[in-house]
Write a protein that binds this ligand. Structure first.
Ligand code: SF4
Length: 324
């Protein structure tokens, strides 16, 4: 058996593309008020027969978009968080473990999401101010660091990551990884750090920017492995790189969520690779193993939302990986 490389089978639920931020590279955000219907969410959950993770990813604080509150009220909700919690509960009813990426959150908001989620996530992106975030109040590094720290105080298993190629230099990358390492050393709740490459999107301010090179990406993965504590996994999204093998050799050990039923709505031009193809590309050196959206270490510690306990117990093996 080769070195274990993990992944999670998920269904991607982009609840709304409304967002208070205006990141210069974003091809996901839209101005027109929108919110998935419960029936749309349910249809996707129903399709995701093999998945164990319901990945909720959406714009930050959509209530700040004109017309969004009216839409929310028409669907019977007074707050967006109440709607998200209802969708989390719906996923649990369908036998899926929620992992929610809701952007910057207060301690009170994190406390409300905690019981209904296997884990939560927020990309740090970079711990320095960058021009591409000058119109994005939620991308202030101190706000994102505060959310990640608050999740640590609440002992919530947490996913974060850095985004490469958005105007940062190598020193910034090292500093951002050091910030994550320090937070983890204090609270111990970071389960994985995503090393994600920027992909230019048409009709954005950064459509003509160049992507980070393979060398830059590999160097960042190596740096991450050196800087981050050993119990933090390093994830490379397999749909955003041509071949995962050199990244695994450089120290990555997770391939993130892979969906058989939904695209990557953030990078819709990049389809998920087939699991069978991934397995072949790894040869005998690495063994692909399914995990839950909460990592084995936290499964064994029983550190996940109280409302997902039964599902985690059914789905996990004695080592904390996915059972079947
Ligand atoms: S990248 Fe995320 S935070 Fe930035 S504008 Fe797009 S949806 Fe909002």
């Amino acid at each position: 058996m080769g070195v274990i490389v993990t992944y999670s089978k998920n269904v991607f639920l982009p609840l709304t593309t409304n967002c208070r931020n205006r990141c210069w590279y974003c091809g996901f955000r839209s101005e027109e008020p929108n919110l998935m219907d419960k029936s749309e969410v349910e249809a996707l959950l129903f399709k995701a027969k093999d998945a164990k993770e319901a990945l909720f990813t959406f714009g930050e604080k959509p209530e700040e978009t004109k017309g969004f509150r009216d839409l929310l009220e028409r669907k019977g909700y007074r707050s967006f968080l109440d709607y998200v919690l209802d969708m989390n509960k719906l996923a649990i009813q369908h036998g899926l473990l929620p992992h929610t990426n809701a952007g910057v959150l207060s301690r009170e908001e994190l406390k409300k999401l905690k019981p209904y989620n296997a884990s939560l996530g927020l990309m740090l992106e970079q711990a320095v101010e960058l021009d591409c975030h000058s119109e994005s109040p939620g991308k202030k590094p101190e706000k994102r660091i505060k959310t990640i720290r608050e999740a640590g105080k609440l002992r919530i298993p947490f996913t974060t990551g850095i985004l490469l190629g958005i105007g940062e230099n190598e020193y910034d990358r090292i500093y951002s990884l050091e910030v994550i390492a320090e937070i983890h050393e204090e609270f111990g709740h970071i389960q994985e750090v995503i090393i994600q490459n920027f992909k230019p999107k048409p009709r954005t301010k950064m459509e003509n920017w160049r992507e980070p090179t393979l060398e830059e990406m590999l160097k960042s993965v190596k740096l991450a492995r050196e800087i981050l504590p050993k119990d933090v996994a390093i994830q490379v999204p397999p749909n955003l790189v041509e071949n995962v093998y050199p990244f695994l050799k450089a120290g990555a050990n997770d391939l993130g969520g892979i969906s058989e039923v939904t695209p990557d709505y953030i990078n819709p031009e990049a389809p998920w690779p087939k699991l069978s193809d991934l397995m072949k590309s790894l040869g005998n050196e690495f063994t692909l193993k399914e995990r839950l959206p909460v990592y084995p270490k936290f499964v064994k510690l029983k550190s996940y939302g109280s409302a997902v306990r039964e599902l985690v117990e059914v789905y996990s093996d004695e080592n904390g990986y996915a059972k079947f």
